[in-house]
Design a protein around this ligand. Structure first.
Ligand code: FCB
Length: 441
């Protein structure tokens, strides 16, 4: 399906696709378990009862997957390094082979060092996990740093805190609500220590992948506005403020447990300068005053005691996951980040954007991506320094608590045979990339 030509992005703009280790690698027996293996073994945690033991078997089929990347024509591939695998004999060798294969194919490797698969037995509520993370990062950087230029410390500490520690729908399955905040603080501290470790190992281009989305108040009613502001604080500013300004937003510092002086000293580490800032964007949220327990998009039920409720965004198409399709939310989000942080905002890279739809002739996905790439161009035209765009995801994969029921890939995976079949959206994206590189005029 062809679409109207997409406006030209600046020279050197980085086009890529993203995946994560736990969602695609499989070969679970060749590594230590992670908190996700423990979680999925508990009945009822994953909707279709599946596990990621085999997933896409990327561990054994990475050559085929790198060939798909090369054929697609992306500049870069964002994948994640599994900490439990690195802890296991021969684990780092796998990433060594993968990085070699990518370099040989002319695709730049962009590893994420933590994408939710914490080694089983470790815990983000423990401060010490942050220093352990930094030591693991040093090992990875020492091994891959001769070929990897661009690094991502963490993926979405906001979702990992909210879903994994506050609501319990993701591993490790805790339902601590606001008592989950130390898990956020320790991930941020781990990020800062990792930035220092990467610099010490000679890394040049360091970023993070944070989830962000505009928060729209359900109405002008002050109760709705206040609730929306608090939601925005928790999901957006709780993470970007300390990273980019060295301070927690007002209303959060007070909720952080422990010694305030220690938190202040940590904030200096957390705010280590970044070379670029990764944004994962899927959809905005419409938020109002509490309405009791309600199921929101993605089948998530928010407990009644939260001081906000998430409402439906009417009049928009929704993906198979039930997420509303709002491309202009991306422009709004990026101009908003620029306005809030000004010069403190490093160049931005969209590290994830995508949607779940069934089928090989995935016109809905093409429409989604087309709309979002145009909205991204709108942000560039509005003066936001955006340097790259990564589609989530290369392959259909293990979508966490949804199991294999949500298909986000440009490439279809038959989970019985593990056969890969490029979808219509893969061909569309390849054409977009070709057109972006065609000589001007
Ligand atoms: C993001 C995660 C990614 C994937 C997409 C759909 O929140 O980072 O692993 O699950 O959502």
């Amino acid at each position: 399906m062809a679409t109207q030509p997409i406006p030209r992005f600046p020279d050197g703009f980085l086009w890529g696709v993203s995946t994560s280790a736990h969602q695609i690698e499989g070969a679970a027996r060749l590594r230590e378990p992670s908190v996700w293996d423990v979680f999925t073994a508990e009945p009822g945690r994953v909707k279709d009862g599946s596990t990621a033991a085999v997933a896409c078997d990327h561990y054994h089929r990475y050559r085929e997957d790198v060939a798909l990347l090369a054929d697609l024509g992306v500049d870069a591939y964002r994948f994640s390094v599994s900490w439990p695998r690195v802890n296991s004999p021969g684990g780092l060798d796998f990433y060594d082979r993968l990085v070699d294969e990518l370099c040989a194919a002319g695709v730049r490797p962009v590893p994420t060092l933590f994408h939710w698969d914490l080694p089983a037995g470790l815990d983000w509520l423990e401060r010490d996990t942050a220093s352990r993370f930094a030591r693991y990062v040093t090992r990875v950087a020492d091994r891959l740093g001769d070929r990897v230029v661009r690094w991502i410390t963490l993926n979405e500490p906001a979702e990992h805190t909210l879903l994994g520690h506050a609501l319990g729908t993701h591993a490790p399955g805790r339902t601590l609500l606001f008592d989950a905040l130390p898990a956020a603080h320790h991930q941020l501290l781990a990020h800062g220590l990792a930035v220092r470790a990467l610099r010490a190992a000679g890394a040049a281009e360091i970023g993070i992948a944070n989830s962000h989305g505009p928060t729209w108040p359900a109405s002008d009613d002050p109760a709705d506005r206040e609730a929306a502001d608090f939601y925005d604080l928790l999901l957006n500013r709780l993470f970007s403020d300390p990273l980019l300004t060295g301070r927690y937003p007002e209303g959060i510092a007070e909720l952080m447990p422990g010694d305030a002086r220690r938190v202040d000293a940590d904030l200096e580490i957390i705010a280590e300068p970044l070379d670029w800032y990764g944004v994962n964007y899927y959809a905005p949220a419409r938020v109002g005053a509490p309405q009791g327990a309600k199921t929101v998009f993605g089948g998530l039920t928010l407990p009644a005691e939260l001081p906000f409720s998430v409402r439906a965004i009417e009049g928009r198409p929704v993906t198979d996951f039930g997420w509303p399709v709002v491309p202009e939310g991306l422009t709004e989000l990026l101009t908003g980040l620029r306005d809030r942080y000004g010069d403190r905002l490093p160049p931005v890279v969209i590290t994830e954007n995508g949607c779940s739809y069934e089928g090989l002739d995935d016109r809905d996905r093409i429409a989604y991506l087309d709309g979002h790439v145009r909205a991204l161009h709108g942000a560039v035209a509005a003066g936001v320094d955006v340097r790259g765009y990564f589609v989530w995801s290369l392959l259909d994969n293990f979508e966490w608590a949804e199991g294999y029921a949500r298909r986000f890939g440009l490439v279809h995976v038959d989970f019985a045979t593990l056969e890969r079949t490029p979808k219509a959206s893969y061909a569309w994206f390849r054409e977009v990339l070709r057109a972006q590189r065609a000589p001007v005029g």
